[in-house]
Write a protein that binds this ligand. Structure first.
Ligand code: GRF
Length: 197
């Protein structure tokens, strides 16, 4: 079966993108990481992509007068690259309903909490402040409402008594790197199954 072409959207470190690129090296993985797109020039993940022979594209949101202008440029690039799937991985721009609608069912995100709990930013700090016994991460479909799309996969981790936001984030991140490649493959196989009939 033909591998689907994925774009990974990043804004920074890009460790989840690296996990996806690593998984995609397996010949039976249903997705090729065709390009990595950052909205920030200083995103460390861009250099990694370039070093690994993945198209690394900067689309700097500050060069556009409006959110719509930025999204139009992003959409043009994705379509020019014949992208089938989008994986957001630490991408720190909110996408409008209009853009999201154009990629419905083909765009996913990883979020560092057990959604629907702890939507938004600073999840590790908020979990610790609440004294919650467990935490985790979620891969979900992107919909117009932030961090609210259908859930594909989750992983749970315990919260330890001496955790700091950093130690807790590291425990969650290990699980992110494990489930994100699995979730992207699940979505790709689902789309392949639907389009092959
Ligand atoms: C991850 O914790 C992800 O869940 C969140 O932002 C962080 C990005 O890390 N959305 P990285 O850029 O993938 O290393």
């Amino acid at each position: 079966m033909k591998r689907l072409r994925a774009a990974v959207l990043i804004s920074g470190r890009g460790s989840n993108m690296m996990a996806l690129a690593e998984a995609a090296r397996a010949s039976d993985y249903p997705v090729t990481i065709a390009c990595v797109i950052s909205n920030r020039p200083d995103a460390e993940g861009l250099a990694y992509a370039a070093r690994h022979g993945i198209a690394a594209k900067l689309i700097d949101h500050r060069e556009f007068a409006s959110r719509e202008g930025f999204e139009a440029a992003l959409d043009r690039y994705l379509r020019a690259e014949a992208i089938d799937l989008i994986a957001c991985a630490g991408f720190m721009r909110v996408l409008t309903g209009n853009f999201v609608a154009g990629w419905e069912g083909r765009m996913i995100n990883i979020h560092p909490s057990l959604l629907p709990a702890y939507k938004g930013l600073h999840t590790h700090e908020r979990v610790l402040a609440d004294g919650a016994p467990e935490h985790g991460c979620t891969v979900h479909q992107v919909t117009a409402e932030l961090d609210a799309g259908p859930i594909i996969l989750q992983a749970r981790v315990p919260v330890m008594p001496d955790d700091t936001p950093e130690t807790l984030a590291a425990r969650v991140l290990t699980e992110e790197h494990r489930i994100y490649p699995q979730a992207l493959a699940m979505l790709a196989r689902d789309i392949q199954a639907k389009t092959s009939t």
